[in-house]
Design a protein around this ligand. Structure first.
Ligand SMILES: C=C(O[C@H]1C=CC=C(C(=O)O)[C@@H]1O)C(=O)O
Length: 379
């Protein structure tokens, strides 16, 4: 299939108001799409389903949607080239700061300040506060916007997800929630932010180191009972578009008899990278004090129980085994960050940041502005 044919099929699907997802995993060249054959809404029940999952921040407010592999056609294309014919960054949006105004800024700063007070009063240790910005779209073809994201963010999980009864979302997220291949898993702890100024060998402040170590510690304790071979990598600086973050990988093998992917996912999600610590108190605080519904922002999305064909090892000894390729299940879920929802001619851009005792409200505001540029630069 050529690139043109691939995107033509997706356009036809969108124009026929049928659900689809298009995605490319970090640093891969394969772009995959699942085209659902009807406009039914399929909800995930027990996480034994196969397909592409799209889960909200708060599962009691929105359904967890599945594009089932059995009700879809899967198409893919490999592309090492740019797919959008050259990026044209929207300087007007970037320089005018369009999307947020002085009132948004004051409101965010006040919310951060009162959260710091709550933290000092020992209500919780960390909370991730977010907001959404409206930007009027000049270009409202989601496919054209997706192509720009694909060209600009090779190291991210880039996607466009559409369901006529739910909505239209696009994003380029740097954060993996969990990867599971057979019994092997890895979970990413990503937090702490600073602007990228051409150099990745930077120093980090105590605030950023703490906010990220809370995430790592939480992930390790969530895995209790699911694995007894947990390994924790060193912490590295990673680049994500115009930003740098701190990242640690927590990996291992799932214990025998652990089949409950659903239990594991909801033990992890929402991690303190998007919610806070302790989880329930900070989540209730977010639901009560953020002035809007996050919907699918800071939820998770990706491949659920997809099958990979494992070819047997080559070599003389294995000749007789060659006929027996085996299928192994894999799950690769990402956290829905650096994303937007499109409604009519508006893009709603979602951004947040971790607040701790040592946060400075003005700096937290600036961090959300920097994060918003990941999406605003293609609008
Ligand atoms: C919540 C977001 O980012 C998370 C991931 C990386 C760094 C973060 C931070 O430094 O606050 C956040 O925890 C977002 O981009 O909206």
């Amino acid at each position: 299939m050529t690139l043109d044919d691939f995107f033509k099929r997706i356009n036809e699907q969108y124009e026929s108001k049928l659900p689809f997802v298009v995605y490319r995993k970090p640093n891969e060249i394969k772009i995959v799409s699942l085209l659902q054959k009807s406009d039914d809404v399929f909800a995930v029940q027990d996480f034994n389903e196969q397909g592409f999952v799209f889960a909200p921040f708060d599962k009691s407010r929105e359904k967890t949607i599945l594009i089932p592999i059995t009700h879809s056609e899967t198409i893919f294309v490999d592309s090492e080239e740019l797919v959008g014919g050259g990026i044209c960054l929207n300087r007007t949006v970037l320089s005018s700061g369009s999307g947020s105004n002085e009132t948004d800024k004051q409101e965010h700063i006040e919310l951060v300040q009162s959260s710091i007070n709550e933290i000092k009063n020992k209500q919780f240790k960390k909370v991730v506060l977010s907001r959404k910005e409206k930007v009027i779209l000049q270009e409202n073809s989601p496919i054209a916007l997706l192509k720009k994201l694909l060209d600009l963010y090779k190291e991210a999980f880039v996607y466009c997800w559409y369901h006529p009864k739910i909505g239209l979302w696009l994003g380029a997220t740097p954060e993996t929630l969990i990867k599971i291949d057979g019994k092997k898993f890895s979970v990413m702890s990503l937090a702490g932010t600073q602007g990228y100024k051409g150099d990745e060998s930077v120093t980090w402040g105590v605030k950023e180191k703490n906010e990220q170590s809370y995430v790592t510690d939480y992930i390790i304790s969530s895995l209790d009972g699911f694995s007894d071979s947990v390994k924790v990598s060193g912490t590295q600086t990673v680049k994500a578009g115009n930003l740098l973050h701190l990242r640690t990988q927590v990996s291992g093998t799932l214990s025998r008899g652990v089949n409950g992917l659903k239990d594991l996912l909801y033990r992890l999600h929402p991690t303190p990278a998007v919610c806070g610590l302790p989880k329930e108190t900070s989540k209730q605080y977010i639901l009560k004090s953020e002035n809007y519904n996050r919907e699918f922002y800071s939820g998770f999305l990706g491949e659920l129980n997809m099958e990979t064909q494992i070819a047997p090892r080559t070599g003389k000894r294995n000749i007789e085994n060659r006929a027996y390729t085996v299928n192994r299940k894999h799950t690769q879920l990402y956290v829905n960050l650096r994303c937007m929802q499109i409604k009519a001619n508006e893009a709603l851009v979602y951004v947040g940041g971790g607040i701790t005792e040592s946060s400075i409200p003005e700096k937290e505001w600036e961090e959300t502005v920097l994060k918003s540029l990941v999406i605003k630069s293609i609008l």
